[in-house]
Design a protein around this ligand. Structure first.
Ligand SMILES: C[S@@+](CC[C@H](N)C(=O)[O-])C[C@H]1O[C@@H](n2cnc3c(N)ncnc32)[C@H](O)[C@@H]1O
Length: 294
């Protein structure tokens, strides 16, 4: 039987080094997943009552509930924008904030979630299964221009035009393997990476509004940071990283009103050792900042 709870936290040593959690500090994890980072950070803060773990995925929430049962940790099942707005309205502040973006290994490994090209399943790709919009809706209902734009921008797919046309011509499309076969027509004779990988990524980003939620959340995360608090964001896509980089740049630097100071001038990436046992680390980029004490 598959274990859908196996997820290795990326850049764990680097996250601990830069966030530098200290005993007694409060901690907000906005994408707590399977609690890999959270467990190690809690080992250092030893402050479960001042810890909030957020995830939009019900399976992750169930797992976190079991893992930290009885410890006093607060677990919230919401997307991180709604959770952050709620915490801010309650006047909360945290010494340590972590956002490890994107999907978890269990999303990709659980065939029925429809995230992976490897398994045939209904087109779904929702991180939060209570949400209405699914990958099937995007693929079957969006007009050709919208599909082309999503596939080109979010998937960085050079043949987005052709792929969008093929999708529209072959509708209705019900499963991951149907979609993968249709997209492959745009790339006859491909060899290594399946040509639908970029299209799958694009549709996933659209279904989960990944970039929009990140953009709206970053200013709230700064407000949620206590003076001297540290925030780490791990991204896996160049557009995500650009949003984080530009936001940090807008809040830091040699200016009288700077709110953040960057602890990573360049993003930290996975070392060769980590990439061997955890391929997800290949595209990971970590950026960390500290809130300036006024
Ligand atoms: C890369 S995993 C995090 C793994 C975690 N750091 C660990 O060590 O187990 C990303 C998690 O973020 C969640 N997620 C992604 N976007 C989210 C959002 N906008 N709001 C809340 N959770 C989100 C996903 O459901 C997934 O469980």
């Amino acid at each position: 039987m598959n274990d859908y709870t196996k997820h290795y936290p990326v850049l764990l040593d680097e996250v601990l080094q830069y966030l530098d959690p200290k005993e007694g500090e409060s901690y907000l994890d906005l994408t707590a997943g399977y609690g890999g980072h959270a467990e190690k950070i809690l080992d250092r803060t030893l402050k479960p009552h001042n810890t909030t773990l957020v995830d939009r995925d019900q399976n992750a929430i169930l797992h976190l509930g079991q893992k930290f049962d009885g410890s006093g940790v607060q677990v919230i099942h919401k997307d991180f924008l709604s959770a952050s707005q709620e915490l801010l309205s309650q006047g909360k502040q945290f010494d340590i904030i972590l956002a490890d973006l994107g999907v978890s290994s269990p999303h990709l490994d659980n065939a029925s979630r429809g995230f992976s090209i490897k398994f045939d399943a209904k087109l779904d790709m929702r991180m939060d299964e209570t949400q209405e919009l699914t990958a099937a809706d995007v693929v079957n209902n969006y007009d050709v221009d919208r599909l082309r734009r999503i596939i080109r921008v979010y998937g960085e797919e050079p043949r987005a035009n052709k792929i969008a046309q093929l999708i529209v011509e072959h509708r209705p499309i019900a499963t991951t393997h149907e979609l993968a076969k249709i997209v492959a027509h745009a790339w006859p004779g491909y060899s290594k990476v399946h040509p639908a990988t970029r299209t799958f990524q694009a549709i996933r980003i659209e279904v989960n509004n990944e970039l929009g939620l990140l953009e709206q959340s970053l200013p709230i995360w700064t407000d949620l940071l206590a003076p001297g608090g540290r925030i780490a964001v791990i991204s896996f896509h160049s557009l995500e990283d650009r949003i984080v980089k530009q936001y940090y740049a807008s809040q830091s630097g040699n200016r009288y009103d700077a709110v953040l100071r960057l602890l990573t001038k360049q993003p930290i990436t996975g070392g060769a050792d980590e990439i061997v046992f955890n391929p997800r680390a290949r595209s990971a980029k970590l950026r960390v900042a500290v809130k300036i004490k006024i």
